[in-house]
Write a protein that binds this ligand. Structure first.
Ligand code: PEP
Length: 257
């Protein structure tokens, strides 16, 4: 049984430590009784310390939104896995479409970051997904397969089992256009088949695959009810405690049913 994981990707929001702590102080009592859902908040780097202090001894875990694959040195503006571990981060988001499209990250770079994250005992949340024109021209599966092969290149079975994959159709991110549960499930099944063909059925059944793209309180449950969707990566709706809590509850209920 794969328990769901709900990640809150705050992007470049709530980077002021006091603002981040304020939201979490509202969220902590709301999620106290959550039993099955892994809850992860990924704030900007500047708020990570404050968030880690605020969520200490709660069921909320912390991730970063990015990292570089080198450990230290002349890489101005970058942050390494060692630094994140030292702060107390457990997770790191890699290859988000905003990193790929705005900052020109490609699959090879993400593959290096992924291997470093795994070697450093960080749990990677790796995003893959197609652009609108790729979907409209029937190329979704081809794009996903290419991203999968390059991004997860040379990963061992033990490593892919630890990795969380976020299927995020780029046309659904921040646009208010959610993939239908059927569209999302179709690609989640496809990703699981890709894992199975490289690593076998047992491993494929273990890997958690989240959906991301305009998840809201009113569409979360029907998405999470799909068998191959193991929670979600949430942007906009993770910024307010109430909407984020409602999405977490939807995942908890979908898992319990
Ligand atoms: C994201 O940033 O990963 C995301 C899915 O954003 P949103 O929920 O705002 O579409």
């Amino acid at each position: 049984m794969r328990n769901p994981i709900i990640g809150g990707n705050w992007k470049m929001n709530k980077g002021i430590p006091s603002e981040a702590a304020e939201m979490l102080k509202e969220l902590i009592p709301l999620v106290k009784k959550i039993r099955y859902v892994d809850i992860v908040i990924a704030p900007p780097f500047t708020a990570i310390s404050s968030v880690i202090q605020t969520v200490e001894k709660t069921n909320i875990m912390v991730g970063a939104q990015n990292m570089y694959y080198e450990e230290k040195g002349a890489f101005t503006g970058e942050v390494s896995a060692i630094f994140l571990k030292a702060l107390g981060c457990k997770y790191v988001i890699l290859g988000h479409s905003e990193r790929r499209d705005i900052f020109n990250e490609n699959d090879d770079l993400i593959n290096k970051k992924l291997k470093k994250a795994l070697n450093s005992d960080l749990i990677p949340i790796v995003c893959i997904g197609e652009h609108l024109e790729e979907r409209e021209t029937g190329k979704t599966k081809e794009i996903i397969e290419n991203q999968f092969n390059r991004t997860f290149k040379d990963l061992k079975s033990k490593e892919i089992s630890k990795t969380i994959i976020a299927y995020e159709p780029i046309w659904a991110i921040g646009t208010g256009k959610t993939a239908t549960p059927e569209q999302a499930e179709e690609i989640h099944i496809f990703i699981r088949e890709l894992i199975e063909s490289s690593y076998g059925k047992i491993t494929a059944e273990k890997v958690r695959i989240q959906y991301g793209g305009s998840i809201k309180s009113n569409n979360a449950k029907e998405i999470f009810e799909k068998e191959n969707i193991d929670g979600g990566l949430v942007g906009g709706s993770s910024l307010q405690s109430k909407s984020f809590y409602e999405i977490i509850i939807a995942a908890e209920e979908a898992f319990e049913e």
